[in-house]
Design a binder for this molecule. Structure first.
Ligand code: C2E
Ligand code: CA
Ligand code: CA
Length: 788
């Protein structure tokens, strides 16, 4: 059972190559037809078909011409041949009495016998009431001569008879097919005996085809002896014409006639006469009219270009081709040769069938066997509507597990329902089956954001389970998207499939193929899509940057800085993904993850008797997130009191934007026992006096001021006055971005409490931090002492 909008047609539309081949097939077929016609190759088959048609049309002779046979019976009766001529005279006399109209002899009377016999015969001829016809023979004067002479009956006989030629010429293959209206010898025209018997006068010298559908056995025959002795009833003979000739085998004079075997010459003459009497000779029309008709039909088929009607047309052509000659011959309009046309039709059909089979195979290669939908190959090879188009792959999660319990019909049904649902979302796009359980389609141009919204929309179409009989099946699609103008479609299909697989594994609704996601927004979206998966799979790590307690001259704390090792994009700096997550309100999980990591490390360090403190960055929007705040509270207020070792860093700007909420949140942190730090101080617009009212324990002077101190006197003054004022207001002071000893020396002079920066240490894994602390004198530290 199949479904789908593009149910494969039994006769797929030909592509360009196939159209070309079809045209080529027509040319070849016509060429075959022409060569067959011109070479006469099909002659044997042509003849066989004609004989077959003859037997279909076979009909009786008119009965007007009777044969008087000089047969074995008569020969035995009257002894040896040649008979005395008065015997012929007796025949003529008898036929005269019987009321014969004409008596024609196919018997040689060109030599004299004895005078008495000859005269008796001549007298009989003279007595005969109708017409007598005697034969003439045209023959070469000498066997090596080109001159022909005519043998005439002897003088006394000639006086009372008409003369007619009895020459017949078989075709080169020995078959007797044609007969003449008469011959001309040395300028003397002589009608043929057949023409004479038929009483017609066609153009002497011209030929006609003997109608071989006349059954020779229907030509009435009488034994010579029976006539002479009056054994044939007069009624059968009256008014008829008689042809007298030898039928006895020993008399020779026999010819092969198509469809009738070997016949005595006299029968051939009689058939020729019958042909003229019935006017049933069919003029030959040649082979080209039939070939032309096939050519025309083929051209029509080429226009229709529909496999089904083409087969029909071929069938009709065949029937017409076979039937037409029969009709023409029956109507006596002519005789058509059809073998060249048949050969052309055969080749045309065979080649077209081959091309059609080829096309079918091509389409099958492009089709998913189970659903009948186009497959991945089809998607790869289909013309992209625009170079910027994206490919979307949809992996149906746990498809194998789900379908394992279904029957084949249910599976097809389920797939159909999935396709229907997706169809709602994809509009005019065409769905393809990339592999079992994964579909694919093109999605239109547009902002990546819009496309993702569309995909989200499609994803929501699957919230409700699919009802399949009594079963209720929840299908969860995972979408994968791949973009890229210059890329081959095949590459995009592969990438989209991979992205979908990744989304499925990561339990995400969708994923972008990332390797070449170039633009910032694309990257941002990719990050958004991947973050949950990253947290769950340990791609998010926490690095600690040591903080130097200036008075104690030791590392007392560290700042937790998040690190993301993306499997495809590599390490991603927090400055890139934090703002993205922040904008989408997706920072809560990440921050809690960092907090959990830090608390776990704190516990470890405590167990190792190390009282390190940790600072965690909290982004502004989280302060207003009650769920997040509750989650933090839960972590800080249960069990061991780790809160005292935690500092929450909030950027200065965050406190300004939503003061009341921020203040409230910071107060909560402090009430749970944690410290609060104002991060990046100096980058915002607030003055310290404004911050005075803030529930904070320390301020962190932004690294931009600290690192510029050495060169910029103004920054020096700013840092110094900030430290002084902060202290006056009861805040501790941390300086960020301490990169050299001079900087640290200045800070020490200014009375700063804590220094953080590359001089002390870069952000590092927890283990490295512990190593650093336990080594107790890092090189920088030694140098610092000297400087101090
Ligand atoms: P930040 O809180 O101001 O963190 C200090 C940044 O300055 C860190 O960059 C650190 O590597 C860098 N830094 C430290 N010492 C020096 C130095 O001597 N010279 C210079 N040039 N830079 C130094 P990082 O790790 O790339 O973090 C960037 C920002 O990402 C952080 O700025 C913070 O706002 C944010 N961030 C990092 N982790 C988290 C987190 O867990 N949660 C939140 N909400 N934000 C975080
Ligand atoms: Ca910070
Ligand atoms: Ca900072």
């Amino acid at each position: 059972m199949k479904f789908g909008k593009s149910r494969s047609a039994p006769h797929p539309k030909p592509n360009r190559l196939e159209s070309f081949l079809v045209r080529g097939a027509l040319m070849i077929a016509m060429l075959v037809g022409l060569t067959t016609g011109l070479s006469g190759y099909g002659f044997g088959v042509e003849e066989q078909m004609r004989i077959a048609r003859d037997s279909l049309r076979s009909h009786a002779a008119s009965g007007q011409v009777h044969i008087v046979e000089i047969d074995a019976f008569s020969l035995s009766k009257y002894n040896d041949w040649p008979w005395p001529r008065q015997l012929h005279g007796r025949l003529v006399d008898q036929l005269g009495r019987d009321g014969a109209q004409m008596v024609a002899f196919d018997v040689d009377f060109s030599a004299r016998s004895n005078a008495k016999s000859d005269q008796a015969f001549a007298d009989a001829l003279a007595r005969f009431g109708g017409s007598v016809v005697l034969p003439t023979f045209k023959q070469k004067s000498r066997s090596n001569s080109a001159v022909f002479s005519e043998n005439l009956p002897i003088e006394p006989l000639r006086a009372h008879a008409f003369l007619a030629s009895v020459n017949v010429t078989p075709d080169p293959d020995g078959q007797m097919r044609h007969y003449n209206h008469g011959t001309v010898t040395s300028g003397t025209p002589r009608p043929s005996i057949g023409a004479m018997l038929a009483g017609t006068n066609g153009h002497i010298g011209s030929e006609f085809r003997i109608d071989t559908s006349i059954r020779p056995d229907t030509i009435p025959r009488h034994s010579f002896a029976d006539i002479v002795e009056g054994r044939v009833p007069v009624s059968a003979l009256r008014g008829k014409s008689f042809l007298v000739g030898a039928t006895a085998v020993e008399m020779g004079d026999r010819y092969a006639v198509p469809g009738h075997g070997v016949l005595p010459g006299v029968v051939v003459q009689a058939m020729a006469a019958e042909t003229l009497i019935q006017a049933s000779s069919n003029p030959t029309l040649g082979w080209w009219p039939a070939l032309l008709i096939i050519c025309g039909a083929a051209l029509v088929a080429l226009r229709i270009r529909n496999g089904a009607s083409n087969s029909l047309l071929a069938g009709i052509s065949l029937v017409a081709l076979l039937g037409m000659p029969l009709l023409l011959e029956t109507m006596r309009w002519g005789s058509l040769e059809i073998v060249p046309a048949l050969a052309a039709l055969f080749w045309l059909t065979a080649l077209n069938m081959a091309v059609a089979a080829f096309a079918k195979l091509r389409v099958a290669r492009m089709e998913d066997a189970q659903s009948g939908l186009p497959n991945a190959r089809a998607l790869e090879q289909s013309a992209r509507p625009s170079p910027n188009i994206a490919v979307v792959a949809v992996e149906l999660k746990q498809f194998d597990e789900i379908t394992a319990i279904l029957t084949s019909d249910e599976r097809t049904d389920l797939m159909k329902r999935v396709v229907d649902r997706l169809g709602v979302g994809i509009g005019a796009a065409k769905l393809h089956i990339l592999k079992p359980g994964t579909l694919g389609f093109f999605i239109s141009d547009g902002e990546i954001q819009t496309i993702i919204e569309e995909v989200e929309g499609m994803s929501s179409l699957f919230r409700a389970p699919i009802e399949l009989g009594r079963r209720s099946i929840l299908i969860t699609p995972a979408f994968g998207l791949a973009f890229g103008a210059g890329k081959a479609t095949g590459e995009l299909v592969l990438q989209a499939g991979n992205a979908a697989a990744r989304a499925a594994v990561a339990d995400q609704r969708w994923a972008l193929h990332s390797a070449e996601v170039a633009s910032e927004t694309d990257r941002a979206l990719l990050l958004l899509a991947d973050i949950d998966h990253a947290i769950a799979h340990g791609e998010i790590l926490v690095a600690y940057q040591p903080k130097w307690d200036i008075k104690a001259k030791s590392i007392k704390s560290a700042e937790a800085l998040v690190r993301w090792n993306h499997p495809v994009l590599g390490p991603i700096p927090p400055d890139e993904f934090i703002p993205v997550l922040e904008k989408q309100n997706r920072l809560d999980d990440l921050t809690l993850h960092v907090l959990d990591r830090c608390m776990a490390d704190l516990r470890l360090w405590q167990a190792g008797n190390m009282n390190l403190a940790v600072a965690i960055n909290i982004s502004a929007p989280l302060l207003a997130d009650t769920d997040f705040m509750a989650a933090v509270e839960e972590r800080l207020t249960v069990g061991d009191s780790l809160a005292a070792l935690l500092t929450f860093e909030i950027t200065e700007s965050a406190t300004v934007s939503n003061t009341q909420t921020a203040i409230c949140a910071l107060e909560k942190f402090r009430s749970w026992g944690a410290r609060v730090s104002i991060d990046d101080y100096g980058t915002g617009q607030s003055s310290l006096t404004y911050l005075k009212s803030f529930p904070a324990d320390e301020i962190k002077i932004d690294k931009s001021f600290v690192s510029r101190m050495k060169q910029n006197k103004g920054d020096q003054i700013l840092v110094r006055s900030t430290i002084d004022l902060a202290h006056e207001l009861g805040f501790k002071v941390v300086a960020e971005g301490v990169e050299d000893r001079d900087c640290l020396a200045l800070l020490e002079r200014f009375g700063c409490d804590t220094a953080q920066g590359w001089l002390i240490g870069k952000p590092m894994p927890a283990a490295a931090l512990i190593d650093l602390i336990q080594s107790n004198h890092v090189p920088e530290q030694a140098k610092m002492r000297k400087a101090g």
